[in-house]
Design a protein around this ligand. Structure first.
Ligand code: PLZ
Length: 435
């Protein structure tokens, strides 16, 4: 892996100081709703490549990337410059009121990059949840049906409709009901636990959809091709193509939620590309704009054009500064072949983690590209390992319904030596604490 250029030292540095951050932390406790509870003790003042620097000048190795967002780095030069230039010209007009070219250019890019060579159209929003909501809207408008099928362990967001689509109760849904109706949860594919082939798991999902929803009621099936918050679960080979084909045969829109796994993260531009699946609609966010809030819905032109003029939108959706950032981030992905770099990162991570599978307490290493996880037996041990890594300056996220999965989401621009250093700390903590 050839390292890129960085403006912050790419080093792990813990100096024992935390007085500035702890002062801010006291203000947070007094002023910020307790539901917003950060995991890092340090308050960030700078970030670049694979590091986060806090207000006391500690430098952490970042294996989180703001939950799979800063794939091109958190202060990528090209992105920062594009943001500054766009903001100096104008920060907002509202595309629905007074349009601008960068919105159109991002839609062109999305139509070009997403899988399939059919005619496509796109619409832009702010958050992943908003993209998912709008994917459901276009699917309902196009099919004239209302049912939405989602999978076990799915995560699609925190708004009312997407809470209904998200599986995990605590912390995402507890005491927040009533939820949107006509959302149905069906079994997915989790090879480690269900032991089914892709074809068998798909047959089970299809049977559930036919018996419990009915194709005449079903507008869309929304699937994360690699589940994110649900545990970095890669469905068995053949699962996604079988569901996509069944959708095509039954006038059901197949929506791939590529919000976490998309934009080079998995080692391809989109994670459905690994099996050559062509979704009807794709949702994107996170990595798309180098950290600026932007999301997209891209789909077959006839589906995207189903809602009448004025029926989709929002004040900020496709903000010009975020669009400029997206165009720069995409240029950066192309210039540095970031899908290829994600595959190199996968190789390095697997070399370190796969030997651990023989340990008691370790179940599996899985994932694709720079989206790799290790599933342990115990959720408590997983939390202890993540805490021990953090105490040594390595920020690691966990996931899975049992909280027993450690997931790695480094920036695709992380230098190799830092990736290796973080992995060495992680593997030594797993060796001592997993069993
Ligand atoms: N779809 C597949 O991963 C966001 C959210 C974590 P928003 N995942 C991280 C949290 O605690 O809120 C996500 C996702 C997939 C949709 C979303 C939602 O994206 O931008 O957070 O709304």
């Amino acid at each position: 892996m050839q390292d890129l250029t960085y403006h912050l030292p790419q080093e792990r540095r813990l100096n024992g100081a935390n007085s500035v951050s702890s002062g801010i932390e006291q203000r947070r406790q007094a002023n910020v709703a307790r539901a917003l509870s950060p995991s890092l003790p340090g308050y960030v003042v700078a970030a670049d490549g694979g590091v986060l620097v806090d207000a006391d000048n500690n430098s952490y190795i970042d294996f989180a990337s703001g939950i799979a967002v800063t794939s091109v780095g958190a202060s990528n030069e090209r992105v920062a410059q594009a943001v500054a230039e766009a903001a100096a010209n104008f920060t907002h007009t509202c595309f629905m009121v007074s349009p601008y070219e960068s919105y159109v250019a991002v839609c062109e890019k999305l139509n070009e990059l997403t899988p399939g060579d059919h005619e496509k159209k796109s619409a832009l929003f702010n958050s992943g949840a908003e993209a998912v909501e709008n994917a459901v809207k276009v699917s309902r408008s196009y099919t004239g049906k209302i049912g939405v099928a989602v999978l076990d362990r799915a995560y699609h967001g925190r708004t009312n409709l997407t809470m209904a689509m998200t599986a995990k109760n605590k912390p995402y849904k507890t005491k927040f009901g009533p939820f949107a109706s006509d959302v149905y949860r069906v079994s997915g594919s989790y090879p480690l636990h269900d032991g089914l082939t892709g074809a068998e798991a798909a047959a089970r999902s299809i049977k559930e959809m036919e018996q419990e929803i009915g194709v005449e009621n079903l507008a869309c099936v929304v699937i994360e091709p690699i589940q994110g918050e649900g545990g970095f679960v890669v469905p068995a080979e053949g699962y996604l193509p079988a569901i996509a084909q069944w959708c095509r045969e039954n006038n059901v829109v197949f929506v791939a939620d590529e919000i976490q796994a998309g934009f080079c993260r998995s080692g391809e531009w989109f994670s459905v590309d690994h099996e050559g699946v062509v979704p009807d609609v794709v949702t994107t966010a996170k990595g798309i704009a180098g950290g600026m809030p932007l999301s997209g819905v891209t789909g077959r032109a006839e589906i995207m054009d189903a809602p009448i003029p004025g029926a989709l939108g929002g004040t900020y959706g496709g903000n010009p500064v975020a669009c400029a950032a997206a165009l720069a981030a995409i240029e950066e992905m192309e210039a540095h072949n970031l899908p290829g770099r994600a595959r190199e990162i996968e190789g390095i991570i697997r070399t370190h983690l796969e030997p651990l599978v023989e340990l008691d307490g370790v179940r599996e290493v899985r994932g694709r590209g720079a989206m790799i996880a290790i599933e342990l037996e115990s959720g408590a041990a997983t939390a202890e390992i993540a805490a021990a890594c953090k105490a040594q300056g390595v920020l690691i996220l966990t996931c899975g319904l049992d909280g027993n999965v450690i997931r790695l989401l480094p920036a695709l621009t992380i230098p190799e030596h830092l990736l290796v250093e973080g992995l060495e700390i992680l593997t030594s903590e797993i060796r001592t604490k997993a069993a």
